[in-house]
Design a protein around this ligand. Structure first.
Ligand code: FAD
Ligand code: SIN
Length: 521
């Protein structure tokens, strides 16, 4: 049994930035299920939205965020996030993150869909990699931070593990740490913590096509759901409109929206610009609108992709700002300065997640949720581009302020039993897991994608229930592996998306149903 003041699960921007701040107040144990660098954060291209210079103002960024979120965002959370943006970007700069500057020495700000101003700080088109590298360099040199790579969090520990019954109506659930699969022994370690932080990222892998790396399987959300914590907003899954059409590639390679901010235009199979038919903001309309428009174009044309025309972008700007996109396209035979880029939407971001308050606290005591796995209230029914790296930083900072004040008054729990693996056997048939995963992804993509209906959701639920029953039986009998836990977590996440989508009897933002509003005669 191990003990730590802060147990951080996840090594993306949320986990690392929290760990760096918390290490001033106590011992930090950071566990991550792959190598530290394998996160969604690492793949972020466009950058981080923040108010830096006139003519931009906090009020404009707040308004853009509320409009993109279809007014479902929590106004208090939006104000907190935006007004703290400048300070949190300064933290990144202090940690060594190098944002591009223009010749006058000011930060070079890009623009993306739904933004009324240029306000996205970036490091070429690999902003996430720059952030991930600099935060990791800092964290690995902090004496108070211990990093456990390839350790997999299986469950958070609550009163349930003391034999006390808890239900979703319990108001006094406590978190005492987590059970973690140790890759060296293949056994489950018990890590007790005064404070536990879930920073487990997104859910993209419940769909067949996603921009997310393989680690994004909704683990934190599923763990909290099983522990009777509150999850909300899961129906709002954001599909990024433009990923490179290259069917054999997983994850899908993103073509940043900042390219459209520089003037790239979406075109149909005949080379005609089509976004004007759907929204006066054209190719730079918010993502829910653009992704749905592309989906519609594909359905009426029967084609497999549309195009992005970036040929008008100045070549020097292209090579300086988007070198990775340029070389990626070239590697599949497309010269993006001369050819049209084939693009399709792919699952990208979960606007919903574990419900948190303005300090990152969940409804489970001493459990915080940060980054993409959290639902702070910032995104409402649709996230404004490049607001998520910012959200991770703002709430990691606030959670650390909150947790550090309490840390000395919390005691470690006693009486927690080690994980009981009695009666389980090694599951030799990995095919059962890979096939169920593929089935789940296909169900979610066909029935719970960009466009939904009551009938499709009902079908999806029935089919997911079958996979759920089969997987639970397998799980109860098997020695625990990361693969079976991930499948279980993806099933749980899919279930939450479908259930919340079924409850929402309207089309709003990222949840679009052909049944709402109901058609009249
Ligand atoms: P992540 O960075 O995904 O980290 C999650 C961590 O949790 C990983 O270390 C993972 O291994 C770990 N983990 C998960 N489950 C477990 C478990 N059971 N046990 C142990 N460890 C676990 N947002 C922007 O604001 N601007 C952008 O330009 C932008 N571009 C993007 C481009 C791409 C291709 C993608 C995929 C996303 C992009 N986003 C962007 C979204 C943004 O990158 C993510 O929302 C953000 O990085 C999430 O950070 P995070 O720390 O919450 O999660
Ligand atoms: C992009 O660069 O288009 C992604 C930005 C984001 O997801 O916020």
């Amino acid at each position: 049994m191990k003990h730590t003041d802060f147990l951080v699960i996840g090594s993306g921007i949320a986990g690392l930035s929290f760990a760096l701040k918390a290490s001033k107040y106590g011992s930090v144990c950071l566990v991550t299920k792959d190598v530290v660098q394998e996160t969604s954060t690492r793949y972020a291209q466009g950058g981080i939205a923040a108010v830096m210079y006139h003519p931009d103002t906090y009020e404009k960024h707040i308004e853009d965020t509320m409009i993109a979120g279809h007014e479902l965002s929590d106004p208090e959370i939006v104000r907190i996030t935006i007004t703290e943006s400048t300070d949190r970007v300064k933290d990144l700069i202090d940690w060594g993150v190098d944002f591009d500057k223009n010749p006058s020495g000011k930060y070079d700000l890009a623009r993306e869909g739904g933004h009324s101003e240029f306000r996205v700080l970036h490091h070429k088109d690999i902003t996430g990699l720059e952030i991930q590298k600099k935060l990791y360099e800092k964290a690995k040199n902090e004496a108070n931070i211990k990093i456990l790579e390839k350790y997999f969090a299986v469950e958070i520990i609550t009163q349930h593990h003391l034999g006390i019954s808890i239900t979703k109506h319990s108001t006094d659930i406590d978190c005492y740490g987590a059970y973690i699969l140790n890759p060296h022994t293949n056994k489950i370690d018990t890590i007790l913590a005064k404070t536990t932080i879930l920073a487990t990222g997104g859910i993209g892998n419940v769909y067949s096509n996603t921009t997310n790396p393989a680690v994004s399987t909704g683990d934190g959300i599923a763990m909290v759901h099983r522990a009777k914590g509150v999850i909300r907003g899961m129906e709002f899954v954001q599909f990024h409109p433009t990923t490179l059409y290259n069917p054999s590639e997983r994850p899908s390679f993103l073509i940043t929206e900042a390219l459209r901010g520089e003037g790239a235009i979406l075109k149909d199979f005949h080379g005609n610009s089509f976004m004007e038919k759907y929204d006066p903001r054209g190719s730079l309309a918010p993502r829910d609108i653009v992704a749905r428009a592309i989906d519609h174009e594909l359905k009426i044309s029967g084609e497999k992709h549309v195009y992005l025309d970036a040929k008008k972008i100045n070549k020097t700007v292209f090579f300086n700002h988007f070198p990775t996109i340029y070389s990626k396209c070239l590697s599949v035979g497309i010269d993006a300065t001369k050819d049209l880029i084939p693009v399709v939407p792919a699952a990208h971001y979960s606007c919903g997640g574990i419900l948190t308050d303005p300090w990152g606290c969940t409804n489970i005591r001493n459990l915080y949720a940060l980054g993409e796995c959290a639902s702070t209230g910032l995104h409402g029914a649709n996230r404004l581009a490049s607001n998520s790296l910012l959200e991770s930083l703002v709430f990691s900072h606030r959670a650390c302020e909150h947790a550090s004040q309490k840390i000395n008054s919390i005691d470690f729990i006693e009486g927690i039993k080690d994980w009981n693996a009695e009666g389980t056997i090694s599951n030799e048939e990995k095919i059962l897991i890979t096939e169920s995963t593929r089935e789940l992804q296909s169900i979610m993509s066909y029935y719970v994608g960009i466009v939904r209906s009551d009938l499709r959701l009902e079908r999806a639920l029935k089919r997911i229930n079958i996979i759920y029953q089969e997987t639970e039986t397998l799980y109860q009998q098997s020695i625990i592996t990361q693969q079976i836990c991930e499948l279980r977590n993806m099933i749980c996440t899919a279930y939450l998306i479908i259930k919340e989508a079924m409850k929402r009897k309207e089309s709003l933002g990222l949840h679009y149903s052909i049944d709402y509003p109901p058609k009249t005669d």
